[in-house]
Design a protein around this ligand. Structure first.
Ligand code: 48H
Length: 256
């Protein structure tokens, strides 16, 4: 039997349509598919919650691919290495409490285990705004990244979520939008603070402390949490990103 091009087209369109429609109303929506967003999404999903994750780029993984300065290795601390191992990522003990992993293995397996855990991931979709209802963030406003890149004036679509997560990393994109359009954040000044220069020791502790509800309905994880609350960056040590994602999942599970 030959291959019918139109059957291929119909299969792709119908399956996408089915899966996209299933994500119009979810428990949790995540903006950004870096390590922090993937871990948060995975642990929410394996706890039985319906989770959708939108990633602007074609590839999932954010800043983890490149390890440190493109050397494809990441470093984690003892207390976070179990989060790699739970995704079947090989971890090497380097002594003195430092552990290393291959960054490409780490990010591909984090993504794979999030999908196995039930997370629905859509790439090439950017979150460009939030739904604000009764002074609470209740979902994301989304558009094709290609529309964004081309600068086309195309109105977006929306999905509703009981809780949303800003996992957009350094630029803290969703928090910036919420501060501008919805009101003050739960930072001391109500504004986004300025991310601080490198100090891994402080930054790694801070990223877990800063993982919280930054505005009703919106949580921050990973590098975004330090950008919003004005804490240090930490370079290619990724334990804090993983622990932050796990903490966000636990905080949201208590609320759902
Ligand atoms: C959809 C979006 C949008 C949007 C952005 O940068 P990330 O890897 O973020 P984290 O917090 O998971 O990890 C941070 C880590 O990679 C890092 O940068 C570290 C540890 N830096 C330390 C240092 O000293 O520099 O991933 C964020 C993802 C990316 O894939 C973006 O493409 C995506 O979010 N994204 N997706 N809608 N509006 N904005």
């Amino acid at each position: 039997m030959g291959i019918d091009d139109i059957v291929v087209t119909r299969t792709i369109f119908d399956r996408f349509s089915r899966e996209f429609k299933d994500c119009f109303e979810v428990d949790v929506a995540v903006a950004g598919g870096g390590p922090a967003g993937l871990i948060a999404a995975k642990y929410l999903s394996i706890a039985g919650k319906k989770v959708v994750l939108f990633e602007r780029k074609l590839s999932i993984g954010g800043g983890m691919w490149g390890g440190g300065m493109t050397f494809p290795v990441i470093v984690v601390q003892k207390e976070s290495k179990y989060l790699l191992e739970e995704s079947n990522i090989k971890v090497t003990n380097e002594g003195d409490g430092y552990y290393s992993a291959d960054s490409i293995e780490a990010i591909t397996k984090l993504c794979s285990s999030a999908i196995d855990g039930g997370v629905r991931i859509f790439n090439t979709i950017s979150v460009e705004d939030v739904i604000l209802e009764k002074k609470k963030v209740n979902g994301f406003v989304i558009n094709w990244s290609a529309v964004e890149v081309a600068g086309l004036h195309v109105d977006p679509l929306s999905i509703r979520a009981k809780y949303c997560i800003d996992a957009t990393g350094h630029p803290a994109e969703i928090c910036n939008i919420v501060r501008k359009k919805c009101g003050p954040l739960s930072t001391p000044s109500g504004e986004l603070e300025c991310e601080r220069s490198m100090c891994a020791d402080i930054g790694e502790k801070a990223v877990v402390e800063n993982t919280k509800e930054v505005f009703p309905g919106l949580f921050v994880v990973g590098m975004c949490a330090n950008a919003v609350y004005g804490s240090q960056r930490m370079g290619p040590i990724f334990g804090g990103m993983l622990l932050s994602g796990k903490k966000a999942a636990e905080l949201i599970l208590k609320k759902l």
